[in-house]
Design a protein around this ligand. Structure first.
Ligand SMILES: [Fe+2]
Length: 701
């Protein structure tokens, strides 16, 4: 009996259905219905985590009656399914919201495959295409697209459409191997008002005429999040499922999932803003964390767990919210409380995927094991978006992140912020950690055993520092920190990781990340306050696909700080605000606060260059802070190439690129690492966004 026949018989026996007659040729019966019936597969199909011999395939099917749904999965080497190489029965389980994960093995390396799911009534899913990974010794260059931060209600997912159109123009072998998504795949906040560039309120409408709104949460949600009083936050499993189903109704996202394998990690908004372990800020939300994780597991396929039954990777548990005292935090600030353990233990997603000879993707989880950031909640603004009321001196964060180990074990009793003495609430706490101990050990092992040309560290939030030069206000604050939810809030963990990489002499690490809603290229350092700390390895930060670009988000979040507001937005005669933030922000990050101020509302580039300082964030070489889009990476025996693709704010169906800026970077040697180098630019580079333009001495003369 052939494998295919075996699978068919299993299907018939397991499902107990009559549409397949034992004596009829099964292939005839497996033909899809003439009308397709694909509406039962409204969320489309997807594939994930390619290996040389296998891949994870996914769909969701509408059940016609209560209970699990049996499906047949077909995989073919041809788009017309003329030759089916895998045919097996799979089950969409009610307990996983009728989603299916099927781990297919026995495939050929670096091959395209087409797949579809067929229901017992003959309904057939849309056809998906996927691609297996090349063999470890395969010299083929690997192209990957890097995505992050897609907020459904804030914009269309035309970034995917741009990518698909570009890629379709290439010969099949040169097309992408996968899309790496570094998180904020969904946002837990819905219903906020969406301001456009001039802060007028807009209401997006999908091409099919439907409002681009997530329907009301089944639970009603809770008030919160940006966008005013109408904004609601997800709370329950059904709320999160609704988010995924709505996001996957988007034809561009669905098309991308149907065409390329995704390799995903999560960031905070798959759960709640600024989350850590089972907590949102100081709030214990373990029950919600468990539900958010379950929904992610259901809708975001990934090769997790060890068994061939992918559904077993999710560990079911009863979880309740459990405010935990700090006494339960271990040496790495992991809260060893039963509910927190169960919520986090439900799913482990850090993993490694090798793509041929040239790149290992070391995919980290920067949310599940981290302790609280090195910044007391009391310092954070309590508005719609939790930002510090003003840029925070990095010394405060260093002290709080180190906890009881600060100052060699003598942490200060108080810290001073914006002229106020505040108790140092962390002085009895363990030092915080970004990765947690077990993941750190795993990561060190992954790095040690990697022998590819490039070791790609996939992290949901940048390692690079983004310092705001505040010397126009405080001569002692050259690097105020605003974005403390990423590695800037965990300087001790960053130093440990970078020191490890430098000490071991790994000269081929590259960090791939997102989260900042802007494109950045630069270098990671162990200690940005130590002027002798060398550039250690390059980092490429991709813009969001549709979430507010950094300039827009920043303009909305400077809160009460009039000085910063003055620099970020301009009040127009009509009383609306107009963002001039992008060039200002670029200038501020690359050339300092005075250059940003000199740029002014008239965008006086010459004045800005005259005021530019050459000691500001010298590790950042590119900043495009009003970008929407993605980054295409190419790994080969030569330098890593990164093309930052920037689209206009995706408020309509246009999807031409505004600019494409290409960088490359080679291996480091010893302690000396090259900075990402500008190779080419199509379209106008972002104003004040290229270091080499900004600091050109010839221009200043
Ligand atoms: Fe985001």
């Amino acid at each position: 009996m052939s494998r295919s026949e075996l699978h068919r018989r299993h299907f018939m026996a397991g499902a107990g259905i009559s549409f397949l007659s034992a004596c009829a040729p099964a292939t005839l019966r497996l033909q899809p219905r003439a009308d397709g019936g694909s509406e039962r597969f409204a969320q489309g199909v997807a594939s994930a985590d390619p290996h040389p011999d296998g891949v994870m395939l996914w769909t969701r099917v509408e059940a016609l009656q209560p209970g699990n749904v049996s499906l047949i999965l077909q995989v073919s080497e041809q788009a017309d399914f003329d030759r089916v190489v895998v045919e097996e029965n799979v089950v969409a389980r009610t307990r996983f919201d009728n989603t299916v994960r099927a781990r297919v093995e026995g495939l050929k390396p670096d091959c395209f495959y087409w797949f579809r799911f067929i229901a017992t009534d003959g309904s057939v899913s849309p056809t998906g295409r996927t691609r297996t990974a090349p063999l470890p010794q395969d010299e083929r260059a690997i192209r990957l697209a890097l995505f992050s931060c897609q907020h459904y209600e804030s914009g269309f997912f035309t970034a995917y459409r741009r990518l698909l159109a570009d890629d379709a123009a290439l010969p099949l072998p040169d097309q992408l191997h996968a899309i790496v998504h570094v998180g904020d795949y969904i946002y837990d906040n819905v219903g906020g008002r969406v301001p456009s560039q001039d802060l007028a309120i807009i209401d997006l409408v999908n091409p099919d005429g439907s409002p681009r709104r997530v329907p009301p949460f089944p639970s009603g949600g809770v008030p919160g999040g940006p966008g005013g009083p109408s904004s609601r936050l997800a709370v329950t499993l059904e709320d999160y499922r609704l988010l995924y189903r709505t996001y996957l109704s988007d034809p561009d996202l669905q098309a991308a999932r149907a065409l390329y394998p995704f390799i995903q990690t999560w960031d905070d908004h798959e759960f709640v803003n600024d989350s850590w372990q089972g907590f949102g800020g100081t709030e214990a939300l373990q029950r919600q964390r468990y539900d958010a994780t379950k929904a992610w597991f259901e809708y975001c396929p990934a090769m997790l767990g060890t068994g061939r039954q992918p559904d077993d990777a999710f560990v079911a548990a009863e979880v309740a919210n459990a405010p935990a005292g700090k006494a339960e935090a271990d040496g790495d600030f992991f809260v060893n409380e039963a509910n927190n353990l169960a919520a986090i233990g439900a799913l482990s997603i850090y993993r490694r995927l090798r793509m041929g000879k040239h790149v290992d993707l070391i995919v980290t989880d920067c949310r599940s094991y981290r302790g609280p950031r090195g910044l007391d909640e009391a310092i954070l603004d309590t508005g719609e978006v939790k930002y510090p009321a003003a840029p925070v001196p990095p010394q405060i964060i260093a002290i709080q992140a180190a906890g009881r180990e600060a100052n060699g074990g003598s942490p200060p009793e108080t810290i001073t912020f914006e002229g106020s003495e505040l108790p140092n609430s962390r002085r009895h706490d363990p030092p915080t950690s970004m990765l947690g101990r077990d993941q750190q050990v795993w990561l060190e092992d992954a790095l040690a055993t990697s022998d590819t040309t490039w070791r790609a560290l996939v992290t949901s939030t940048p390692l690079m520092r983004f310092g705001f030069d505040m010397r126009f206000r405080d001569p002692h604050l050259p690097n105020g920190l605003l974005w403390t939810d990423g590695w800037d809030g965990y300087p001790n963990s960053r130093r440990d990781l970078v020191d490890h990489i430098v000490t071991r002499g790994y000269n081929n690490v590259v960090s791939l990340t997102g989260d900042r809603h802007a494109h950045f290229a630069g270098c990671v350092r162990a200690d940005y306050d130590d002027m002798t700390s060398p550039d250690s390895f390059p980092e490429f930060v991709c813009a969001g696909a549709s979430a507010y670009c950094r300039a827009k988000a920043q303009s909305l979040s400077f809160g009460k700080d009039a000085e910063l507001i003055r620099r970020s937005v301009i009040e127009t005669e009509t009383g609306h605000y107009h963002y001039r933030m992008a060039p200002t922000l670029n200038a501020w990050l690359l050339a300092g606060g005075e250059a940003a101020d000199a740029l002014g509302p008239r965008l006086d580039v010459a004045a800005a260059r005259q005021s530019a300082r050459d000691d500001v964030n010298t590790h950042i070489t590119y900043a495009d802070t009003d970008a929407y889009g993605y980054t295409v990476l190419r790994f080969s025996a030569g330098p890593v190439e990164a093309e930052f693709v920037t689209l206009r704010e995706p408020l309509d169906q246009t999807f031409e690129s505004l600019r494409r800026v290409r960088f490359s970077v080679g291996h480091g040697s010893g302690q000396a690492w090259p900075m990402p180098r500008l190779d080419a630019a199509e379209g106008d580079p972002p104003l004040m966004g290229l270091r080499e333009h900004m600091l050109s001495r010839a221009d200043k003369a």
